[in-house]
Write a protein that binds this ligand. Structure first.
Ligand SMILES: Cc1cc2nc3c(=O)[nH]c(=O)nc-3n(C[C@H](O)[C@H](O)[C@H](O)COP(=O)(O)OP(=O)(O)OC[C@H]3O[C@@H](n4cnc5c(N)ncnc54)[C@H](O)[C@@H]3O)c2cc1C
Length: 400
């Protein structure tokens, strides 16, 4: 190791925890802040791709992660207007054995938090950061407390980071999410993320999401697309109104919907799309959603946060000059980030928007095209996160 430096990380989410584990593991002095009283994840299930899994593998966490997750071999979405498949991605079309992994956010968080603390990172909860001084290397919390100076400050505060830029506009849509036990009898494929759409205004999905702990019952994550400006109306009307609509779109979900008896069981997440123009500013570097937020249509955000964390540790390894390491970090990550931000921006309205033309074209054109070569391996490669060869740039290998 060239030199041990002091690092202040704002945000103990997926990117912040992974960075803390990797950098403390390299011997750096890492302090990690989060606003939670006791740090914990917000939200429901998420899908890891081979990119994120490879990073977890390099951290020695892959087997534990896989033990808590469910392999997902296929993404399969049907338009109820035409009965056709308008999303059909089979990972195996790219490589045999390739798959995503559905996992509860809390399970992944638990593994990363343990890794960070074991590596020697100091976790400071109940500290809401409001600003950073990129030149001085300091962070300021909401109570006026000044933290640092650090040799390096990492902004891992997520999609609404006050240290990053706000998007020009919010996305109109978000989704309601709930993690539920698998019903005793169920029509769902345990190895597929399934979705149903009506135009692009309505969408429901079911994703296998592993288990809370080894030996615990299997879970799935149910999600329902909703416009942000309709969320208050959803909360103000009896749950049965929403359940009727959800059941009408996808009758097979009835047994799942029975498990939802209170509005509070559904967590609302509003999506944002924004790429902060300067990922590196002096001694401050933005990673994860604080750098590049997007809707989860392609299921990349957590994987990108893991890639960012790994790239940062990789760039700092053996490099005494922090500025040079940050330039290297940018070189490793910027192309992949640009590509996936563009793809997610292009795909989002196909599945979540008010327009009629895009879903009409989707239903009539996408359906037959999905089956034509080279669409199957291309789509699998896109969803697996491999476009732009992000692993190769860090000498990481996919295991599948
Ligand atoms: C509903 C939903 C479904 C998703 N599904 C997927 C999926 O299937 N696959 C995928 O790869 N990605 C998915 N994503 C995206 C993924 O969750 C994010 O991209 C990922 O969590 C980003 O990691 P991060 O570390 O940048 O931010 P986060 O994980 O959001 O962590 C940010 C942390 O900062 C803390 N924080 C925030 N503000 C402050 C503050 N001011 N002061 C102190 N602490 C603060 C928060 O408490 C949190 O712990 C989904 C996102 C949503 C909302």
């Amino acid at each position: 190791m060239a030199q041990q430096i002091s690092i202040g990380i704002a945000g103990a989410g997926i990117g912040g925890l992974a960075a803390a584990a990797l950098l403390a593991g390299e011997g750096h002095r890492v302090t990690l802040f989060d606003q939670f009283e006791a740090a914990g994840p917000v939200g429901s299930g998420l899908m890891l791709q081979e990119t994120g899994l490879a990073v977890l593998g390099a951290m020695g966490l892959r087997a534990q992660t896989e033990a808590l997750g469910t392999p997902i071999a296929r993404l399969h979405g049907i338009s109820v207007d035409t009965g056709r498949a308008v999303l059909d991605v089979r990972y195996g079309a790219l490589r045999e054995g390739l798959a995503g992994l559905g996992i509860q956010r809390a399970a992944l968080f638990g593994l990363l938090q343990e890794a960070a603390v074991t590596a020697g990172a100091r976790l400071v909860p109940a500290t809401r950061m409001i600003s950073a001084d990129a030149g001085a290397g300091t962070l300021t919390d909401a109570g006026g407390g000044l933290h640092g100076p650090y040799d390096l400050v990492i902004d891992a505060l997520g999609v609404r980071s006050p240290l990053s830029s706000a998007p020009r506009e919010e996305l109109a849509y978000g989704a309601l999410w709930a993690t539920l036990p698998w019903p005793a009898t169920s029509a769902f494929d345990r190895a597929a993320l399934e979705q149903r759409y009506e135009a692009a205004r309505k969408m429901a999905g079911v994703m296998p999401s592993g288990r809370a702990a080894a030996g615990a019952p299997d879970s799935l994550t149910y999600f329902w697309s909703i416009r942000a400006d309709q969320y208050e109306a959803f909360r103000a009307t009896p749950l049965s109104h929403w359940k009727d609509a959800a059941c009408h779109l996808w009758p097979e979900t009835e047994a799942l919907l029975h498990q939802i008896t209170d509005h509070d069981q559904l967590t609302f997440a509003r999506y944002r799309h924004r790429t902060h123009p300067r990922a590196v500013e002096g001694r401050l570097v933005h990673i994860g959603d604080a750098w590049h937020a997007a809707s989860p249509q392609l299921g990349q955000g957590a994987n990108m946060a893991l890639l960012d964390a790994y790239a940062l540790a990789h760039a700092l390894h053996g490099e005494a000059r922090i500025a040079a390491a940050l330039r290297r970090f940018l070189k490793i990550r910027a192309g992949h980030v640009r590509l996936y931000q563009l793809m997610t921006w292009a795909f989002t309205p196909v599945y979540q928007s008010d327009g009629a033309l895009t879903p009409w074209l989707r239903d009539r054109l996408a359906a037959p095209m999905l089956r034509l070569w080279p669409a199957p391996p291309l789509l699998a490669g896109l969803v697996a996160g491999g476009f732009g060869a992000p692993l190769k740039k860090m000498a990481l290998k996919a295991e599948c």
